[in-house]
Design a protein around this ligand. Sequence first.
Ligand code: AMP
Length: 416
Amino acid sequence: MAKRNVIEPFPIKDIFNKLTIEDLDLKGKRVFIRADFNVPLDDNLMITDDRRIRSTLPTINYAIDEGAKVILSSHLGRPKGKKDPRLSLAPVAKRLQRLLNKEIIFAPDCIGSQAKGLVSKMKEGDVLLLENPRFHVEEEENNEDFARALSSLADVYVNDAFGATHRVHASIVGVPKFLPSAAGFLLKKEIEYLKGMACNPVKPFVVILGGAKVSGKIGVLENLINKVDKVLVGGGMAYTFIKAIGDEIGNSLVEEDMLETAQRIREKLKGVGVKFYLPVDCVIAQGIEPGTETKIVPTLEIPKGWRALDIGPATVKLFSEAIQDAKTILWNGPMGVFEIDAFSRGTFAIARAVADAYALTIVGGGDTDLAVHRAGVSDAISFISTGGGAALQLLEGKELPGVAVLTDRDEGIVRD
Ligand code: AMP
């Protein structure tokens, strides 16, 4: 299936007043590119999914072609300020070597004399990868001296680490304070789609939300309240909305402290004419483990001791019909516990329905990304965000700390 892009990306200049990599003169410059190479590794330290690395290749290749000395930095996992060989960037260096088809110089520490020495020997077009900055406790503390030490390796800074741009860490917000700084192609694209297209949608605009918790996603609904035409809620979070109306939900997931908020937002949406859809039927079980007995029941008939773990076929039909006239669709969060086969059908059916819609389709959040890949429809989605928390913050209308610190466009273009 060919990738479909029925609508041109939103003009970036209307929503983003920061420099981008194309505004910088990179020739002969040491360019610090903060990427998000936080990839999953198996027990043998083999990378099981390298999409995060691939998503930054356009920025890296551009910098190489422009004659930059490319210094790459990324966190991996949560080493909590201590050196941990299991969270070394060494496997990423190997994979980059293969993907770029060129030698990658690896600096075994991100600061210090060895890193400085390796950088000083770099020639135009060389690529160096720094070891995990989170091996230093100062990274997550956003320590100024640590940021200064990182920045001393480079002449300019480029942020392409969208998935980490909501973090107030030294390599995200500290380093750009010391250097001219710009957004890379991935960061720019994420902002174009999430802040541009989703926050200024071509209507009708349908938002599909799922996943476990209402609390993580309510901010998105609050921000999009005057933009959205239909809201479809599935996944575990639907049952907090259903219980808030006073209906029985058996042992289904519920956030007791969100009941009032759920009801308030639903009424607010209804008040401005937004159509709000909840599951009408569901797949239920007594336990979540694979092989457990399941039944399909109307949502209002979940027996005591049973819990809803997926949307049922009637809901799939209802939701699929509801998105048919959409021009823009935003989907965040699975419709059920899709990690287990017995509860995955609803999520995959919605993935197919979103992929089939003649609309600009934007998918966000790690689980939803995985779901569209597992459903085999990722190529038919207009844009799949690489960020979870960062994507939600943008959709909530908040500025990302790592974007706020980049050089303002009106501070001048560094390029001739
Ligand atoms: P979130 O991070 O909030 O998007 O939640 C994603 C998780 O929600 C996935 O791991 C799903 O297994 C889980 N989930 C989806 N639907 C349900 C449900 N009905 N009950 C319990 N967990 C669910």
